[in-house]
Write a protein that binds this ligand. Structure first.
Ligand code: NCD
Length: 305
């Protein structure tokens, strides 16, 4: 694996290898000094052309826990405001010594393009509504840690599927690892065509929620037009929000996940977000270990497969 641009086509053994490595790196993060010298002298560049809290900080934390240096780029304070292109920005960071780039961009395919321009490993940190492979890894890792395996798990991904790169990536990783996935959304927020996707779809949450082991909630992606998918926010909350009544319909051992950022009071009732059966902060913590695994696989030549 030279790049991680999409989770599509990543095989079950490759995924399991990354999850096994993530377990090892989670142990590192539990040590008194949560750091190993593995990438000492290497530089990870993060190029985020869209807002981010978790993904960017998680990659930077992962890089530092492996003793790499970090070059952190934000368009708002950069020469992008003077018209500099994605290509020139990438080549500039490479000339400064970046050994790997993490790219987040609103355009589908942006990370792929950077991988062609700059001759170094590239990780897709989210491209438009297309892919977010490390989110899928950390989510699969979180489920494997909680349930022991994904085989046979019933996962409902609920919300603005149409505009969600998380839904697309998670669906592929979960199904490759043996889970059954149902995409749950109003018809206007489901993808236009899911033919060939390894999932079912449902347009009402109440009909499926009692069968699920995992309720994976998504934010309405208003920046990509998600709000045009329903008539009013109260109507969305009424039909798809995880409130007390729906919580009571859940199986006793079901868990709740969310990639963040959450909109409390919309897809999830404010107090349910803090319930012990949510894995939301586990996802964040596990994400650092999962990204350490990816950086390790892509940056240590002897470890590359
Ligand atoms: C997601 C993203 O950016 O795709 N967030 C994340 O990376 N944790 C989901 C979202 O923005 O709703």
């Amino acid at each position: 694996m030279r790049h991680l641009l999409t989770i599509e086509g990543v095989t079950r053994p490759e995924l399991e290898d990354l999850l096994d490595l993530s377990d090892e790196f989670l142990n590192v993060l539990d040590r008194d000094i949560p750091k190993v010298p593995t990438l000492l002298g290497a530089t990870v560049a993060t190029m985020f052309f869209e807002p981010s809290t978790r993904t960017r900080l998680s990659f930077e934390r992962a890089a530092r826990a492996l003793s790499a240096d970090v070059l952190s780029f934000s368009p708002g304070t950069s020469s992008v405001t003077k018209g500099e292109s994605l290509k020139d920005t990438a080549l500039t960071l490479k000339a400064m010594g970046a050994d790997l780039m993490v790219v987040r961009h609103p355009a589908t395919g942006a990370a792929h393009r950077v991988s062609r321009w700059a001759d170094l490993p590239v990780v897709n940190g989210g491209d438009g509504a297309h892919q977010h492979p490390t989110q899928a890894l950390l989510d699969a890792f979180t489920l494997r840690r909680h349930f022991g395996k994904l085989d046979g798990l019933r996962v409902g991904i609920v919300g603005d599927i149409r505009h969600s790169r998380v839904a697309r990536s998670d669906l592929q990783a979960f199904s490759t690892l043996g889970a059954t996935v149902t995409l749950v959304a109003p018809p206007t927020l489901l993808p236009l065509d899911t033919t060939g996707w390894p999932c079912d779809t449902a347009t009402e949450l109440d009909g499926v929620i009692g069968d699920l082991d995992v309720v994976y909630l998504l934010r309405i992606q208003s920046e990509r037009g998600g709000v045009s998918g329903f008539t009013s926010l109260p109507e969305y909350v009424r039909r798809f929000g995880l409130d007390d009544r729906r919580f009571r319909l859940l199986r006793d051992d079901a868990v709740i996940m969310h990639p963040g950022p959450m909109n409390r009071g919309v897809e999830i009732a404010p107090h349910i977000a803090d319930h012990p059966r949510t894995l939301i902060l586990d996802q964040v913590r596990n994400g650092v270990a999962a990204r350490m695994a990816v950086l390790f696989r892509l940056m240590t030549p002897e470890a590359r497969r």
